[in-house]
Write a protein of this length. Structure first.
Lengths: 270, 277
């Protein structure tokens, strides 16, 4: 009986993964071909407004709190070792390479991901997605591709805002509150935080954005009937997006470290 | 009974079978839908009527069997190629399925914008106006679906379904949830589309009044198979008990027995003295 259940749930999981993989493939194909079709750009711009522009305030608040809290917690440890002035590297490196991208992505997953799943889920249960198919239009190209493109292109931009506010928040607490020397703060930061770190953070943003949009849209397209179905899809969408973000972040850490060690010796030649 | 040529028809299904979770919802259905006529599919709830009609526009794919539209096989076509086929079809969903965030005007123009290059504002206005006039709702262009009644939503959805002048229109329970007068409006519209535009209609319904009024042919589905197939007169006089019970709206004796409370059928659960203070 137990073996049966384990077997059944394993089969179901594999089937779901396969269905999701096919959906992602279809969405990415549509997204790439949409890039070259003028007709879809108005749809993309509308999504960019909803997903990107309207998320800026909340992303900035997220970044600010991250920077301030980090500064507050780190100061005692560093000052105790006489390394108070190094706090600049700690805060800015953490914000730019990890905290900024990951926490912005999680914030977006909650805000944008939930809205996408709810919107597409409701369209699915009221047969609007079937209606789009019945009128000869591909619903993935019409609904999903603009959302994935908007999320993919704007998440790095939003991460820039988060990094900026994180940096500023950390500066505010370190220099104005703990009275660290401002020049020392920025000198150490410049020494430790390189363009590579910033770019890795922003590149991660592309993948996070694509993952959030793809997972949320998939959950919306495949939710069960009724209000409960939509609600369940939103919850599952957020949880899976969150885990995907953490997994992608881990993969990015491994890949960026390997790439760095390969290219570091020849840095001076580039 | 009218003789139907199994090999000619605008839509033909051959041994159409659909299995959901091990249960056969449709079993070896072979039907030829005639062009220019109205075919009504009736049957008890859950007998597979909506599943059947969704197969004809390839929103669902069969587990086995073939579906042909104008001689071309459509059940194994890629989504991309189905687009051209679907432009010749219209589908009226049970709830209308209008896009909530768009006005009536935007809704009706959706298929036009997707499949034609018409950009002239006046021409687009004309198209919307004429489609809304067909369904008697000219003037409602700037309304949102949330501000329309159930009957109005269905009529706008019908206007959207005929926006590209399709040859075939599918109706999924068009009169369900409407009052008798509004139901008759929909019946009249289906008849009008057939008479004036020569549209082939396939209607799924369990409204027998509507079925008798609009149909040239009635097909009754029961447990995934065709139980009866003929014109209105033939169905009204059909000898099969299940068919007669369905069209007259009567519960069978077996089901009635199951509804009775234990004891005699007049046993009540409460006595008058239970309610005395």
């Amino acid at each position: 009986m137990v073996v049966e259940q384990i077997g059944a749930s394993t089969i179901a999981t594999v089937a779901e993964t396969g269905q999701f993989a096919r959906f992602i493939w279809r969405s990415l194909k549509s997204s790439v071909s949409s890039l070259f079709r003028g007709k879809t750009w108005p749809l993309v711009f509308t999504q960019m407004l909803i997903i990107g522009v309207k998320s800026v305030p909340v992303i900035m608040v997220t970044g600010a709190f991250v920077g301030m809290t980090l500064a507050f917690q780190a100061y005692d440890q560093l000052a105790g070792m006489g390394l108070g002035e190094h706090i600049g590297i700690l805060i800015n490196l953490s914000v730019v390479s990890e905290l900024g991208p990951v926490l912005s992505a999680v914030m977006l997953s909650g805000r944008v991901g939930g809205a996408l799943t709810a919107e597409l889920g409701t369209m699915h249960v009221t047969e609007q997605i079937d209606a789009i198919s019945s009128m000869g239009t591909d619903p993935v190209r019409y609904l999903v591709a603009p959302r994935i493109l908007a999320c993919l292109l704007l998440t790095p931009v939003l991460i820039v805002y988060a990094d900026l506010m994180g940096s500023f928040g950390g500066y505010a607490i370190s220099v104005w509150f703990f009275k660290i020397n401002s020049q020392a703060y920025w000198q150490f930061t410049a020494y430790g935080v390189t363009l590579w770190d910033v770019m890795v953070g922003l590149t991660k943003g592309f993948f996070f954005g694509a993952a959030i949009a793809a997972i949320s849209c998939y959950k919306g397209f495949n939710c069960k009937q009724g209000a409960q179905g939509v609600g369940q899809a939103c919850t599952e969408g957020f949880v899976v997006s969150f885990i995907a973000i953490l997994a992608l972040d881990f993969a990015a850490a491994i890949i960026s470290k390997s790439l760095y060690s390969i290219f570091y010796p020849i840095r001076s030649l580039i | 009974m009218a003789e139907i040529d199994k090999d000619s028809g605008i839509i033909i299904t051959k041994d159409l079978t659909k299995i959901f979770n091990g249960k056969a919802v449709l079993e070896k259905l072979s039907v030829a839908i005639e062009k220019g006529k109205t075919t009504v599919v009736i049957g008890p709830s859950g007998c597979g009527k909506t599943v059947f009609i969704k197969h004809l526009i390839a929103l669902l794919r069969p587990t086995a069997g073939e579906i042909y539209f104008k001689g071309q096989r459509i059940d194994d076509l890629h989504e991309r190629d189905l687009g051209k086929i679907r432009m010749q079809m219209g589908f009226l969903f049970q709830g209308g399925a209008l896009f909530d965030s768009a006005t009536v005007y935007e809704n009706i123009l959706f298929p036009v914008r997707q499949h034609t290059n018409i950009a002239d504002r006046r021409q687009l206005d004309e198209i919307v106006k004429s489609k809304l006039a067909v369904v008697g709702l000219d003037g409602y262009q700037s309304y949102y679906p949330a501000n329309l009644s159930g009957g109005q939503k269905k009529r706008v959805a019908l206007a959207r379904a005929i926006a590209l002048n399709p040859e075939v229109v599918f109706y999924d329970e068009p009169t369900t949830g409407l009052d008798p007068v509004r139901s008759d409006v929909i019946n009249e519209l289906i008849l009008k589309l057939k008479k004036e535009l020569g549209i082939t209609s396939i209607v799924v319904t369990h409204d027998m009044t509507s079925a008798y009024k609009i149909s040239d042919r009635i097909i009754m589905l029961h447990k995934g198979r065709i139980l009866a197939d003929g014109d209105a007169e033939y169905i009204k006089n059909h000898p099969n008990d299940t068919v007669r019970q369905f069209i007259l709206g009567q519960v069978s004796e077996a089901d009635l027995a199951a509804l009775r409370v234990s004891g005699t059928k007049f046993a009540s659960q409460f006595n008058p003295k239970d309610f005395e203070q």
